[in-house]
Design a protein around this ligand. Structure first.
Ligand code: GFB
Length: 325
């Protein structure tokens, strides 16, 4: 790891926008060891879709650095079923936070994109240069368009106003604090919850969506937070940068790992009425590796830690699901 940061965080006022989400909460945990002042904006007090509220908050809180980890996120089903929310909320959050950061002279801002914004049939592993070279995956095009707009806003503000705003492309994330609701979650938490309930309820079968054939890359969220802090300190460019492991796994093989960790020994069946999404999605991590960062947590260990968190927080998870219903 590098010693000398381009942008040291020590002594800075650092705003984690989206601090209750999967990535934001991991960022808050990771930043605790950076000797900075962590700022969070409670969801009850500030709606990031409101430019007035965001502007007022940034003016009063005066962050020097911003991690823009707030977003309307969800798995393949939620993306497909709620296109309006996924495009509108994400466009507004990106525009409001990035523009308030410019107006109130934030020194450095990091916007989080997502690897699902690369073209559906991008070359694999996907280099950063694949962005905007082909049609998007239809199931998440709404989210992708909003995220691409956020990325381009950072690039435009860098060019026109000289803002040190960067964007990062994290791959599929999972870990403690994830959303385990079956209709809106991503595949890892969904499989953890399904396998757990199948085991506890002594069910014979576990239903997996799609064909089981798609390939995905998964990054443990504590590693992701570490990578984001690393990039905040060491990266400054108008070009986005991938954050991933560079390894991929078939969904059917992921199911085996989750079943082993959870202790579900029944039958797996596939529900072909649910979409597969993009066939393959693995990042080219050569640029971040060359800077001196790589992911540390093997998939099975990450899933073990995620399952441990899940079983310890079942009451909280039920409460969240009750509120969502
Ligand atoms: O994680 P996931 O919802 O997102 O699905 P994407 C990954 C794969 O797992 C798909 C399959 O092929 C799903 O069909 N899968 C199998 C399941 N069983 C399940 C299940 O029970 N739940 C879920 N959710 N999937 C998302 C994008 O795409 O990636 C978002 O829609 C976001 O925009 C995210 O960017 C990172 O990888 O397909």
């Amino acid at each position: 790891m590098r010693e000398h940061a381009l942008y040291p965080l020590a002594g800075k006022r650092v705003w984690v926008a989206g601090d209750r989400g999967l990535v934001g909460s991991a960022l808050v945990r990771r930043l605790a060891s950076e000797d900075c002042d962590i700022l969070t904006s409670p969801r009850e007090c500030i709606d990031l879709r409101s430019s007035v509220q965001v502007d007022r908050w940034v003016r009063q809180a005066r962050p020097q650095a911003v991690f823009l980890a707030a977003a309307k996120v969800g798995g393949i089903y939620a993306n497909n079923m709620r296109p309006g929310e996924f495009i509108y909320d994400n466009l507004m959050i990106a525009a409001n936070v990035i523009d308030a950061a410019r107006r109130h002279h934030v020194e450095k801002l990091m916007f989080l994109g997502s690897t699902c914004i690369y073209p559906r049939l991008a070359p694999q592993p996907m280099p950063e240069s694949a962005l905007l070279t082909g049609p998007l995956e239809p199931t998440n095009q709404w989210y992708a368009v909003a995220k691409i707009a956020g990325l381009k806003l950072c690039e435009a503000y860098r060019q026109q106003y000289g803002c040190d705003f960067i964007s990062v492309m994290p791959t599929n994330l999972y870990g403690p604090g994830d959303n385990f609701d079956l209709l809106s979650s991503h595949v890892v938490p969904a499989l953890v919850a399904k396998a757990h309930h199948a085991k506890v309820d002594r069910k014979e079968t576990l239903v997996v969506w799609g064909s089981g054939e798609p390939l995905r890359e998964f990054l443990f969220v504590e590693d992701a937070a570490d990578g984001l802090v690393f990039l905040m300190k060491h990266y400054s460019s108008d070009q986005t940068i991938n954050l991933g492991t560079g390894s991929e796994i078939r969904i059917a093989d992921l199911v085996d790992v989750v079943a082993r960790v959870v202790g579900f020994a029944g039958t797996i069946c596939y529900d072909g009425s649910k979409p597969d999404g993009t066939p393959r999605k693995v990042t080219d991590v050569s640029r971040i590796n060359a800077l001196g960062w790589r992911a540390a947590t093997p998939l099975e260990e990450g899933i073990r830690r995620t399952y441990a968190w899940y079983t310890e927080h079942l009451d909280l998870i039920r409460e969240r699901e009750r509120k969502r219903a």
